[in-house]
Design a protein around this ligand. Structure first.
Ligand code: ZN
Length: 199
């Protein structure tokens, strides 16, 4: 049964497709958007379209960026001998916010999950292995989440990298099990980084 006009229903439907947005929140957002001045709504719509059109994957670390290479990879002061592997650009942002990590990153865009049918080829693992070919990298720090998927991914990567002869470490488990890196405070993140152990 539909109480609203087709346009409102359509907007609610589109919004409810977004992650973390349930039907109720989608309705609230839809009515809020409709109550706003037209030019404000247009700015919102334009920023969504422009972001989608202009944001791409960094050719080196695969994070999302506006340029061919992200600001971190193109910064000559970053230490290219250390790569921290994270699941998402949000995790990268969490570590970057601490301002204490001087190496570079690699963003997998997901984690291996046999249950969800996500295999090693579905994340940016090939790109990571290619980066190790140069012989420049001395340490790979695996900072995937401490969920089952994150641990599975960490084990898989460590087995893959060991034969290459690069040191592989895992951030300490100060990070609570199942915790997303992005929700963890900086002190805990740094403690996890400092306490990393060899895999
Ligand atoms: Zn990059």
């Amino acid at each position: 049964m539909e109480y609203f006009s087709g346009h409102i229903t359509g907007l609610i439907e589109q919004l409810s497709l977004l992650p973390g947005i349930g039907r109720k929140t989608a309705q609230r957002l839809a009515f809020y958007i409709i109550s706003q001045p037209e030019d404000k709504v247009k700015r919102l719509a334009d920023s969504i379209t422009t972001a989608r059109m202009n944001v791409r994957y960094c050719r080196t670390c695969c994070t999302l960026t506006d340029a061919e290479e992200c600001p971190i990879c193109s910064n000559p002061r970053r230490d290219r001998t250390t790569i921290m592997v994270v699941e998402t650009p949000r995790d990268l942002a969490a570590y970057e916010k601490t301002g204490k990590y001087e190496g570079v990153y690699h963003v997998l865009h997901g984690a291996i999950s046999p249950m969800l049918g996500i295999g090693p080829d579905d994340i940016r693992l090939k790109e990571l292995m290619q980066r190790l070919q140069t012989g420049e990298v001395r340490e790979v720090i695996i900072a995937t989440n401490s969920s089952l998927e994150g641990e599975t991914t960490a084990m898989y990567i460590s087995r893959l990298i060991k034969p290459v002869g690069v040191k592989v470490t895992r951030i300490a488990s100060g990070v609570p099990v199942g915790g997303d890196l992005e929700n963890i405070d900086e002190v805990t993140l740094l403690r996890a980084l400092d306490g990393r152990t060899a895999l």
